[in-house]
Design a protein around this ligand. Structure first.
Ligand code: AHR
Length: 503
């Protein structure tokens, strides 16, 4: 059996884990809203039309923040369309996804839904077709107490108390040619700065995310971040990163190594933020909001057909990736990478939450079930809170197409505020188990409370409504601790959560 080692110490600390790294995203796209969280005719719908079965699953996942309402959608969205009496709200063509938006679910409804789902709203403003004026108005509408045009309109529309939304995105993917109102770095940087200034003048307690480049492999990546931050550094709090991966060629070892790209991406954005900080002689350190990440490729072809067949349709089944077991392993490796960078990655959103490239799937009029990627996300959110530890690891490695020396076993650990320790580990080996030996002597006499494993013999195995438990975590025994040293077996191709405590 292969062997990997890990050394943990209370004093080897990366930083506090910001729970918002377990965030997610709901866009007005496909069946995320209509047919996902909202389906008034569904047997479980509440009086506002929200599916209770979906809310329960979202709660199970433990999502502290949900980005809304887009995405590409937001770059053509008039937020004013989404308030006031429902029957008077306009139907609009959405040029991002070539569908029709009815605005049946709007700002008030989503804030209500978020409360029920035990989560906070992260609201994106439109800096594509709109600008600073609309952005400051929506902050006034949401967060100003009363006594002004927009705050009084909110009260008239039924919400006496301000929504108090704390986290705001300054547009979405503004360097993408597919984006409505695409901009150069300078144009966007100036717009974002003016919007940020005014939004914070309305409510100085809010935090703002400036758009980084759409992806690590965009030609604009790097210079975009530098030029944008050069314009808006002092008025923003985070820069965004977006990244999706796919495995169209069926190269599992290469696919599972993609978290190495993610780590490079994070490190490069940190370096750029710090370069701008140095250039500006600034005291403030900028942090990262990885506000879109996931696997996304399974549905690409199907989407082209759907959009061709029903241009301007409503709530079309778009971006409905059916996730397999290897996707869950990569999701786990991505979450480990966020934890390893917990000192700078303060927000991260699994894109998205329901039906659209999502951990939670629904059938209209039918059931709700967890896709494979649901589980690593749920485990990390549930057990990965507290202080991120700097695990000193050594592991056998392998080479693949894009990377050399990929660790077979990737892992990290979090110390809970109750003194417990949770180790998260992925074994990327296609055939062999790995014996993970961990030196925990600094923590005293720790025992294994639980070892949870997600494994399937078939990397392409999926969960369906009929068979929702095909890929599901199970508890295993066999690990042991002795004199502060722990040994556990990580099965070939597995996601592992090892919870340790005093009793
Ligand atoms: O999450 C799906 C889409 O991916 C988002 O709308 C966009 O921001 C990104 O390109």
């Amino acid at each position: 059996m292969k062997k990997a080692t890990m050394i943990l110490d209370k004093d080897y600390i990366i930083g506090r884990v910001d729970p918002r790294i377990y965030g997610s995203f709901i866009e007005h796209l496909g069946r995320a809203v209509y047919g996902g969280i909202y389906e008034p005719d569904h047997p479980t719908a509440d009086k506002n039309g929200f599916r209770q079965d979906v809310i329960e699953k979202v709660r199970e996942l433990g999502i502290p923040v949900v980005r809304y309402p887009g995405g590409n959608f937001v770059s053509g969205f008039n937020w004013e369309d989404s308030i006031g009496p429902r029957e008077q709200r306009p139907k609009r063509l959405d040029l991002a996804w070539m569908t029709t938006e009815t605005n049946e679910v709007g700002l008030h409804e989503f804030v209500e839904w978020a409360k029920k789902a035990d989560t906070e709203v992260m609201y994106a403003v439109n800096l594509g077709t709109r600008g600073a004026d609309a952005a400051r108005n929506v902050v006034e509408y949401c967060n100003h107490k009363s006594g002004s045009y927009w705050s009084d309109l909110r009260i008239k529309n039924g919400a006496k108390k301000p929504f108090d939304i704390k986290l705001w995105c300054l547009g979405n993917e503004m360097d993408g040619p597919w984006q409505m109102g695409q901009k150069t770095a300078y144009e966007y940087g100036r717009t974002a700065n003016e919007a940020a200034k005014m939004m914070k003048w309305v409510d100085p307690t809010i935090e703002l995310v400036a758009c980084g480049s759409c992806a690590h492999d965009m030609p604009t990546f790097g210079s975009w971040e530098y030029e944008v931050l050069n314009e808006c550094y002092s008025n923003v709090d985070y820069v965004s990163l977006h990244r999706y991966y796919g495995n169209p060629t069926g190269d599992t070892p290469g696919f599972l190594a993609r978290s190495m790209d993610l780590d490079d991406f994070i490190k490069e954005v940190i370096a750029i933020c710090d370069a701008v900080k140095g250039k500006k002689h600034a005291k403030k350190k900028l942090n990262l909001s990885f506000d879109e990440w996931n696997v996304w490729y399974h549905s690409n072809e199907q989407d082209r057909e759907i959009q061709k067949a029903d241009k301007w349709g409503r709530a079309l089944p778009l971006l409905e990736d059916i996730y397999n077991f290897e996707d869950a392993l990569l999701a786990g490796a991505i979450l480990i990478t966020f934890l390893k960078n917990a000192d700078r990655v303060k927000v991260a959103c699994l894109a998205q939450l329901v039906n659209v490239i999502a951990p939670i799937m629904t059938r209209n009029g039918g059931g709700v079930w967890a896709q494979t990627i649901f589980y690593p996300m749920m485990h990390a959110s549930r057990y990965g809170r507290g202080t991120a530890l700097r695990a000193i690891m050594s592991s056998p490695t392998y080479d693949c197409k894009d990377y050399e020396k990929v660790p077979v076993t990737d892992g990290t650990a979090v110390m809970g505020d109750d003194g417990s320790v949770t180790i998260f580990a992925v074994n990327r080996d296609m055939e062999e188990s790995v014996s993970l030996e961990c030196d925990l002597r600094a923590f005293g006499d720790m025992k294994i409370l639980e070892h949870i494993v997600l494994h399937h013999d078939d990397v392409k195995a999926v969960n369906t409504e009929e068979n929702p438990g095909e890929v599901a975590p199970r508890k295993v025994r066999g690990g042991r601790t002795d004199g502060g040293r722990m040994t556990v077996k990580l099965p070939a191709l597995s996601w592992n959560v090892i919870r340790l405590g005093k009793e």
